[in-house]
Structure formats: structure tokens, C-alpha cells
Design a protein around this ligand. Structure first.
Ligand code: UDP
Length: 239
């Protein structure tokens, strides 16, 4: 099964892919490689919204597990996503791709606030819009932020570029017999608690009929292959 033709996508990158080969933080060389993939995708005529996680820097749950107040830790996580957004903005603009960062937590010295109609205008003008700080509220993740922005920007698909090459029936790290789905329904993902995105993000995509494409962004050229309907991926959609 392949995707219907897509004109506008929301690309969600996990923060951890920005680490490249490092254990923490941002590897500017690898971010530059990712930016080349985004540029190539844009040159095919796509309109691109980007959401980047913050897990390479800070996750609220990890802070809470060590005794921090969860909401406070989540705000730190959201700030981490803004740093990642600025790193990606820098890499894209060094390649000549025009971008705007819009943050759900306002910080007018470094980026715009999220304003949907302004984001529309940016896309019309050929800019990549990077949405930072998730939904702007604690107890959420950037997956939910990605689903929300995909819905409000009326994206044709949510592409989740991560470290694994799709959705498996069990964790391939621990089960060598785990099998990858080519396609799977939203309801199965939710019922079986499959590791795709958090449940609220999956439900939002289901309710708005936004297909989710899970693929590995670590392999060079994979984003282009996935957009061409080739390569290894899992598509989550209604049957
Ligand atoms: N976060 C949040 N609300 C949001 C988005 C993110 O509180 O709407 C916080 C949360 O603590 C999360 C952290 O930001 O753990 C980093 O985001 P995420 O874990 O989604 O990053 P990823 O796993 O994609 O790198």
C-alpha cells in the first residue's frame, strides 16, 4: 500500500537523531546531513513543516524519574526542542533554504510565536516552517505537537523520521523474531500499544485521517525514498 499523492508534509524528527554518533546533544555535522535530506525533499516541490523533539537534550519524564516536578521538567524539555529547532534552522539556511521557527512558548528574540495563518504564508513563499516547543504544555510530547501541527496545517501525511525503520509487532531490540508491518491501522496501534507515537498523537491523526509514515532517517537518502513510495517504512492509516 502506498500513500496518496502528497503536497504538504509534517516531518517529525526525534531529538536523538540530531546526536549523530554522540551520546548527547547536537552534532552539527549530522544536523547538516539531515538538512540536506530536507532540502532535497523540498526541491521536489513539497511544502514542509518540521517538528523536532528534544530527547537528545532533556526529557521531562527522565527528570521526573529523578525526583523533579514533572511540569517543571517538561518545560525544560520544551526549551530543548527550541534549541534543536534553531540548530536545524541554521543548517537549512546554510544550504540556502529559507526557514521560519515558530515556538509554542513565545520567545520573540529568537523566533516567531505559532500563528497558523502566518505559517501558511511562509509555506506559500517556499519557506520551511519549524514548529518548536511541542503543544506548549507539559504532559505532552513532540509527537502530539507534530500531530497537532499536521492537523492545523492540513498536512497530507505525518512522516516520523526516527532511529528504527518502521513499526514492529514487538521490540526488535529484544526480540530478534520481531516482524515489521508494511501497513497497520491506527486502531491496531492503539489496541496493541505498538511503539509508534504516543496514543494521543495517534488518535489525533486517526480522527483527522492523517497517515503516519514511520521510517529511519539515519540512512542517507531515505527521506527521498520514502516520499517516492520506496524504501523501508510502515504506514499507519485506516485499512
Ligand atoms: N514536551 C512537553 N510538551 C510538549 C512537547 C514536549 O512537555 O508539547 C517536553 C517533554 O518533557 C518531552 C520533551 O519536551 O519529554 C522533549 O520532547 P520529546 O520527548 O517528544 O522528544 P523526542 O523523543 O521526540 O526527541
Amino acid at each position: 500500500m502506498s500513500l496518496p499523492s502528497i503536497k504538504r508534509v509534517l516531518l517529525k524528527l526525534s531529538g536523538e537523531v540530531l546526536m549523530g554518533g554522540q551520546q548527547f546533544g547536537i552534532d552539527p555535522e549530522f544536523v547538516s546531513e539531515l538538512a540536506k535530506e530536507v532540502k532535497a525533499a523540498k526541491e521536489t516541490g513539497l511544502e514542509i513543516c518540521l517538528v523536532i523533539g528534544g530527547g537528545n537534550i532533556f526529557r521531562g519524564m527522565a527528570g521526573a524519574a529523578k525526583g523533579m516536578d514533572r511540569a517543571q521538567a517538561d518545560y525544560m524539555g520544551m526549551l530543548a526542542t527550541v534549541m534543536n529547532a534553531l540548530a536545524m534552522q541554521n543548517a537549512l539556511e546554510q544550504l540556502g533554504v529559507q526557514t521560519r521557527v515558530q515556538s509554542a512558548i513565545e520567545m520573540d528574540k529568537v523566533c516567531e510565536p505559532v500563528i497558523r495563518r502566518r505559517a501558511e504564508r511562509h509555506l506559500e513563499k517556499g519557506r520551511v516552517v519549524i514548529f518548536a516547543a511541542g503543544v506548549g504544555a507539559p504532559y505532552f510530547t513532540t509527537d502530539s505537537g507534530a500531530a497537532l501541527r499536521a492537523a492545523e496545517m492540513r498536512c497530507d501525511a505525518l512522516l516520523k523520521g526516527t532511529s528504527v525503520d518502521g513499526v514492529y509487532d514487538s521490540d526488535p531490540k529484544y526480540n530478534p523474531a520481531a516482524t515489521r508491518f508494511d501497513t497497520v491501522t491506527y486502531d491496531k496501534v492503539l489496541a496493541d500499544n505498538l511503539k509508534v507515537m504516543d496514543a494521543s498523537a495517534v488518535a489525533l491523526c486517526r480522527d483527522n485521517k492523517i497517515p503516519i509514515v514511520v521510517f529511519s532517517i539515519r540512512e542517507k537518502g531515505n527521506l527521498a525514498r520514502v516520499l517516492a513510495g520506496e524504501g523501508v517504512q510502515t504506514i499507519v492509516q485506516d485499512s
